[in-house]
Design a protein around this ligand. Structure first.
Ligand code: FAD
Length: 165
């Protein structure tokens, strides 16, 4: 570990890179994974991908939801916090997210994997969302974000892909 990303999974990747280069007689470079930070306080504080201060306000769209009215958070008695999702305004591609809220560690993983796959906000809204789960908070933030990006889903419905005639 270099101290640059002082996290266990990053240290593991750095060990693999160092081991590979030490045994292959070359200095290969590897693309690092999407940054993921989780603070295990209650509620969780999490950050994924680009942070607020790294965003270009000209080219970025921001979606937000507060946890106050979210059904599952209410049931758990933990309906406090806020979730923000960031996307490239033109393409709708997800760039990052920051949140303080219940079960944030799971939402952060979900979003991190979506960013790794280069998914857009429209792609995410075509995923199934069960009820009543905390992921519905993410769904609401995604709808807020979707309204602010230029690239929309084709076929007439946001949530469903159209079948061929
Ligand atoms: C309190 C605390 C909480 C943390 N919480 C998290 C968290 O929630 N999530 C997360 O992802 N990361 C967390 N981390 C960071 C994470 O533990 C480190 O990023 C990770 O352990 C670094 O792995 P490493 O292999 O580089 O070093 P280490 O895990 O420190 O391993 C280095 C090993 O080398 C040994 N060693 C040192 N010098 C020598 C020597 N001269 N000869 C032989 N052996 C030697 C040490 O004894 C040690 O076993 C936390 C760290 C701390 C301290």
């Amino acid at each position: 570990m270099t101290g640059d990303r002082p996290l266990l999974h990053e240290a593991g990747d750095e060990g693999r890179i160092a081991g590979y280069n030490a045994t292959h007689g070359e200095t290969a470079r590897f693309r690092r994974k999407t940054p993921l930070f989780i603070n295990f306080c209650d509620p969780n504080i999490c950050a994924v991908g680009l942070r607020w201060n790294q965003l270009d306000p000209e080219t970025t769209a921001v979606g937000q939801i507060r946890f106050a009215p979210v059904g599952r958070a209410l049931i758990m008695g933990k309906n406090r916090g806020v979730l923000r999702v960031y996307a490239d305004k033109a393409s709708g591609r997800l760039l990052g997210s920051e949140m303080i809220g219940p079960k944030g560690e799971h939402l952060a993983h979900l979003l991190c994997w979506c960013i790794e796959r280069n998914l857009t906000v429209g792609d995410l809204l075509r995923m199934p969302f069960y009820h009543p789960v905390i992921e519905e908070a993410l769904q609401a933030a995604l709808y807020d974000l979707y309204a602010k990006v230029d690239t929309k889903n084709e076929g007439g419905l946001i949530e469903l892909a159209r079948l061929p005639e």
